[in-house]
Design a protein around this ligand. Structure first.
Ligand code: FNR
Length: 365
């Protein structure tokens, strides 16, 4: 198979497995421990059925939507993933060009191999910055850099006080290739030792420098040091949703980090609805994890998501064909969602209702 023959985003992974060094592919593809959650994230979509409406005029299907007040072309955005330059020499720059061309949001990772500023200089695309908090000084610096560079929101990832146990990385002795560096951390993490870890191999040790004491009061604190809206990424429970509401965050992302952190937590799509109910329409609820098809996106929207983020398919598309590859992945997801909507009788995103899907729970009632 060649890049030009790709007809769905899953095929990028097949090609990337052939092309990338084992260590890089392993880092991108793998999950924690038995990878139950990694697999469940995709499998859980298969338990949800779509209930189409017929004989409605679907000659015009409009995917455009609004996220945090920003107009985007479709409710599909790019999740923050680290180290894009291991996939392709253009790294995050290519991903950001593709996102802007597609008219959607890219979230730049704290663990990017391109700097906040380099990515910002490219174009006027809508970008969010994903924050890992190592310490408060570092967090303030990163947030200020993101603000100054025109990023529109901060995505605070809260499911990573320590790194999940990824056995592929252990087996492959995962290390960032020496010609690359985590550019956003290089001058802000203070100690000599931490500097060495960022430059060199020890991603795991670097993450161990993360603030493990991070708590809800720090979420409040973060909102006092930035004007940008703060989204919390890594919510899986009703309880956390209620706490997020209390902390007045701008939104939440239902995420299990693509099955890379705690194994055996539920698939994101299976907890989405109870979280949407708990959010009571007061803040938008987004989702990531296992999105590989337009029908997956449709199901998430029907269950109340305001939009979804895609992780691995973007990395694999980047590995295969750089900016062109990422554009193609986004186009495929766009076209699949458009077709799903037409066949289900939905002309616009707000036409997608809860009654368009039935979950296992509905069927057991
Ligand atoms: C991630 N993810 C992630 N999340 C985050 O908040 N900061 C980060 O730096 C990273 N890095 C990262 C690297 C790689 C290789 C992967 C695969 C994932 C998690 C990511 O944002 C998202 O939650 C998942 O990737 C979504 O699942 P799918 O779409 O990959 O199934």
């Amino acid at each position: 198979m060649m890049a030009t023959d790709v007809v769905n985003v899953k095929e990028f992974q097949v090609l990337a497995k052939q092309k990338l060094p084992k260590m890089v592919y392993g880092f991108y593809a793998s999950g924690a421990e038995d990878e139950w959650t990694l697999e469940e994230n995709e499998r859980a979509y298969q338990t949800i059925r779509i209930w189409p409406r017929i004989l409605l005029d679907v000659s015009n299907v409009d995917l455009s939507t609004r996220v945090l007040g920003f107009d985007i072309t479709m409710p599909v955005m790019i999740a923050p993933t680290s180290m894009h330059k291991m996939a392709h020499p253009d790294g995050e720059l290519a991903t950001a060009q593709a996102a802007a061309a597609a008219g959607t949001v890219m979230v730049l990772s704290t663990g990017a191999t391109s700097s906040i500023e380099e990515v910002a200089q490219l174009n006027s695309g809508i970008r969010f910055f994903q924050l890992y908090i190592f310490n408060k000084t570092n967090a303030i610096q990163l947030v200020q850099r993101a603000e100054k560079s025109g990023y529109k929101a901060i995505v605070l990832t809260v499911d990573t006080p320590r790194l999940g146990h990824r056995e592929a990385d252990k087996k492959n002795r995962f290390a960032l290739p020496p010609h690359l560096s985590l550019k956003n951390l290089i001058d802000v993490v203070p100690s000599q030792e931490q500097q060495e870890q960022i430059k060199g191999s020890k991603f795991e040790t670097l993450i161990a420098c993360m603030d493990q004491e991070l708590s809800w009061k720090d979420v409040k604190w973060l909102q006092t040091v930035t004007k940008l809206p703060v989204l919390i990424k890594g919510v899986l429970t009703v309880e956390a949703t209620e706490q997020a509401l209390q902390a007045s965050v701008a939104g939440i992302i239902v995420s299990n980090h693509g099955g890379r952190q705690l194994d055996h937590v539920p698939a994101t799509i299976s907890v989405l609805e109870e979280i949407v109910v708990a959010a009571r329409g007061r803040i938008p609820v987004f989702l990531d994890g296992g999105i590989r098809r337009g029908t997956d996106i449709f199901k998430a929207l029907a269950l109340g998501a305001s939009g979804v983020f895609v992780g691995r398919p973007i990395l694999f598309a980047l590995a295969i064909d750089g900016e062109t590859g990422v554009k193609k992945a986004l186009q495929i997801l766009h076209d699949e969602l458009e077709l799903t909507m037409a066949l289900a009788g939905c002309c616009k995103i707000s036409d997608i209702k809860r009654s368009h899907v039935r979950t296992l729970r509905d069927r057991n009632r």
